[in-house]
Design a binder for this molecule. Structure first.
Ligand SMILES: [Zn+2]
Ligand SMILES: [Zn+2]
Length: 411
């Protein structure tokens, strides 16, 4: 990446690239900026409407005024944050181009993307971490595809290493949820929550209730079967939804072809992972609890680690590993903030660093720079998202800029 950046900078220096050339041909900066604001808000809203309002419709029975207000608040904040990120970036491109008389590699994307990232401060606290989390998933994906950093290169090459990392992180996340009732988004929650030990005289005569050892209501067999069925159905539902939204037009034109498309696109390895991961975790937990005749924190942790084995079937799905990595870091961070000793002040200064905005500002910059200058590293989702929220402007910038080194790109 670094070598190519130098090459791009060199070529852009030799051409007199301005914001007008790459961003708004035949238009003045002010007219472009006036016109872009409503379009950007509309485009970003288009992205967030299904994300927030479809789950609301799905839970329409439990709907009340407070719930609708809460979703509306989060929606408005997300639209403001998302559209300001894009708009401030456009504004900075024009501003820097006018100050320096031309645009360079740095003033075209990396620096404007960083200033755009400052929009994170306009975002509601509740969803700030969601924005940052989403950004860190894409950054992890990009770094792994790139493989310049040696740990990322190792992960990229070795499937077993990716599985091992998933297993360890699964243990960390489940342990953290057990201790803190952590608000991280994960596939399942531990069966038992941490409770302060109460000193009790053990009664030897009390018979052992096998079902209560594991903290689930039914017997171990039926519990494990229930978990397997539930998660298998969830996996199926996710796969069907993915195929449905991936080719919505086909369903409208021909429902039968649409149905065949769904069947063809269901990935068995994905189902093995979604169904297998929680089931193996619970199964191991039940075996350990019954063997030791008690449910312990260590049992849950060991189960979560062993349960992560089915990730091997899905190890090529980088976004899952990226989400796991980001969630693992978040869990460690929450725990650190909660348990670091305020008395001794050991590394207390660390808790003052605003990591969430920093990830969004610098991660976002890496994300947009990769999308434009190193498109082979950018995940497909990012390409579609950038096209949608910038009203295809991002692709126009790409075409114009890449035309310097590949002249035939210009249509
Ligand atoms: Zn301009
Ligand atoms: Zn059990």
């Amino acid at each position: 990446m670094a070598a190519l950046s130098k090459y791009y900078s060199e070529i852009m220096r030799n051409h007199n690239v301005t914001c007008a050339y790459v961003l708004h041909p035949n238009e003045s900066c002010s007219w472009f900026l006036i016109k872009t604001l409503p379009i950007t808000i509309f485009r970003v809203s288009q992205f967030f409407v299904p994300l927030y309002f479809l789950p609301l419709l799905a839970n329409s029975k439990k709907l009340n005024k407070e719930k609708v207000y809460e979703v509306l608040e989060v929606f408005v904040s997300s639209v403001v944050g998302g559209s300001f990120t894009v708009y401030i970036a456009f504004l900075t491109i024009c501003l820097l181009s006018n100050i320096f008389g031309r645009s360079s590699f740095w003033t075209l994307i990396p620096i404007p993307a960083m200033t755009g990232g400052l929009a994170i401060f306009f975002i509601n606290d509740k969803i700030r971490s969601f924005f940052s989390h989403a950004c860190s998933i894409v950054v992890f994906d990009i770094l792994m595809r790139d493989g310049s950093l040696w740990p990322m290169r190792m992960l990229k090459t070795h499937r077993s290493l990716r599985t091992l990392l998933f297993m360890v992180l699964s243990g960390v996340i489940v342990d953290s949820m057990y201790l803190n009732s952590d608000s991280v988004f994960w596939l399942f929650k531990p069966l038992k929550k941490y409770q302060k030990p109460i000193e009790k005289v053990p009664s030897e005569s009390k018979p052992i209730d096998r079902h209560h050892i594991c903290h689930h209501k039914n017997s171990c067999d039926s519990h494990i079967l229930h978990v397997f069925k539930t998660y298998l159905m969830l996996g199926m539902a996710l796969e069907v939804l993915k195929a449905f939204f991936g080719n919505f037009g086909l369903f409208v034109r021909n429902p039968l072809s649409g149905f065949i498309h769904v069947i063809k696109h269901i990935k068995p390895n994905y189902l093995l992972f979604i169904g297998g991961y929680p089931t193996l975790t619970r199964l191991t937990n039940c075996i350990l609890n019954n063997w030791l005749q008690k449910s312990t924190r260590l049992n849950q942790d060991i189960s979560a680690v062993i349960g992560g084995l089915p990730f091997y079937f899905c190890a090529n799905e980088t976004p899952i590993l990226a989400h796991t990595f980001a969630t693992g870091i978040e869990s460690i961070w929450h725990r650190y903030k909660k348990y670091s000793d305020p008395e001794t002040k050991t590394y207390q200064w660390l808790t003052k660093i605003p990591f969430i905005p920093l990830v969004y500002i610098f991660g976002g910059s890496l994300m947009y720079t990769s999308r434009l200058f190193f498109p082979w590293l950018a995940p497909k989702f990012l390409q579609r998202l950038m096209m949608l929220i910038t009203n295809c402007k991002f692709d126009i910038i790409g075409e114009r800029v890449h035309s310097f080194w590949i002249p035939e790109v210009i249509i």
